[in-house]
Design a protein around this ligand. Structure first.
Ligand code: LLP
Length: 381
């Protein structure tokens, strides 16, 4: 299938990202339908992939934008997202970024610390503006995912700790330019054990009760993103299980009357539709292993080197009997390895390979290390 779709790009120099826009559309439509059943608002997390053709598909379906830098806010605005569809999170927003977002009149700052709230207050006051804020609370819920992409435990740098809340609340009386409109949570990414979301719901319920005892009921509740995708067998599960995911929140979350529930999905919306296409430069026979040396490396897709992440690799050229290989990149680092001891059809110099499920946290994390050329993208419709 991918092989057929790529025929139109036979002259495209490798490596390059190939995005399957028809799978992307199906994924977005499914997510929209499932979220729509309960009136949920989905903000797409731009950090997963901020390419314009992808943002255009997302915008067309009425999703909002979840940004974590001033430049992401700028990109979202340029792509056509309305300011009132934009939320801005992140543990270290600079004054310039906050000012930019204030000037743009975004919907909400998801604030991660008391110190940051003070700065937003000061900067908003200086402009005579009012900023809507949500408190990102660290719920201390385990996401059962890779430790490097867990965010909701007390040992992580993210969010305001529950024990800080009692002291924080009276501060809003002296922060006249801040309007507290909601609570925000995000416990981690690539979550495949959905019990983590069940636990999150229960924790959010406890916290909502705690606030209600203090006579605070918020119009907005943002439960973050994190839904995982199937990296091992992408052809079996090309679209994440949005029905079960949103169903958990509908079943377990105690919504207050009129309360709007927001989600911030990144990976589950865009990962499966992206593939990194690369050419085999050399076959090298080691003492114990046969190496496939690709023209793409950790500079084009950092996830395997950074998180030992698995991406399925396919040889698009060969259909010879399988052999065992280590598939590596050309970068001068031993961690520049995509996969060890995998079975591929017998591979030769010049074969084309696809590194699958690379649409999220692939191209956005590209680096110029070794002064590599910036990888290009093509769009398959
Ligand atoms: N909201 C917040 C506050 C986040 O920090 C993130 C992701 C998301 C939403 C979107 O999460 P998603 O639905 O995509 O799981 N580079 C790593 C993933 C880092 C995720 C960072 N935060 C990777 O390649 O696995």
């Amino acid at each position: 299938m991918l092989k057929e779709q790529l025929k139109a790009f036979s002259q495209q120099p490798t490596p390059f990202y190939a995005y399957d826009l028809s799978l992307l559309r199906q994924t977005l439509d499914t997510a929209k339908t499932e979220a729509g059943k309960y009136g949920y608002h989905v903000h797409y997390a731009l950090k997963a992939n901020a390419n314009s053709p992808i943002l255009a598909e997302i915008l067309e379906r009425g999703f909002g934008a979840d940004c974590v830098s001033g430049n992401e806010v700028r990109r979202a605005l340029e792509a056509g997202f309305a300011p009132e569809q934009i939320v801005f999170a992140g543990v270290g927003k600079s004054d310039a970024e906050i000012n930019f977002a204030l000037d743009a009149n975004i919907f909400c700052f998801n604030s991660e610390s008391v110190q940051e709230l003070e700065v937003i207050q000061e900067l908003a006051a200086a402009k005579g503006k009012f900023a809507q804020v949500a408190l990102r609370i660290n719920p201390n819920v385990d996401a059962y995912t890779h430790k490097h992409i867990t965010t909701g435990l007390e040992e992580n740098k993210f969010g305001i700790n529950v024990w800080e809340l009692e002291e924080l609340l009276p501060q809003f009386a002296v922060w006249p330019n801040l309007k507290l409109i909601g609570l925000h949570f995000h416990i981690g990414s690539q979550i495949t054990d959905l019990r983590a979301f069940e636990n999150l719901c229960l924790r959010v319920n406890e916290l909502q009760n705690w606030f209600e005892e203090r006579e605070l009921i918020f119009p907005h509740l943002n439960v973050g993103g994190g839904l995982g995708v199937d990296y091992r067998t992408p052809e079996e599960n090309p679209i994440a299980d949005f029905a079960t995911y949103f169903g958990i929140f509908e079943r377990l979350l105690d919504k207050r009357p009129g309360q709007v529930v927001h989600f911030e999905l990144g990976r589950a919306l865009v990962a499966p539709s992206g593939n990194l296409i690369s050419k085999v430069l050399y076959m090298k026979h080691g003492q114990k292993t046969n190496f496939v040396i690709l023209d793409a490396g950790m500079t084009e897709l950092m996830r395997p080197a950074l998180y030992q992440a698995y991406h399925k690799i396919e040889n698009l050229t060969s259909d010879l009997p399988a052999k065992t290989y280590d598939v590596v990149g050309p970068i001068c680092e031993s961690t520049d390895c995509f996969s060890k001891a995998i079975e591929l059809p017998e591979t030769k110099r010049g074969d084309l390979v696809a590194i699958r499920t690379a649409g999220a946290y692939g191209e956005v994390m590209v680096s110029e290390y070794n002064l590599r050329d910036r990888v290009k993208a093509v769009y398959l419709s």
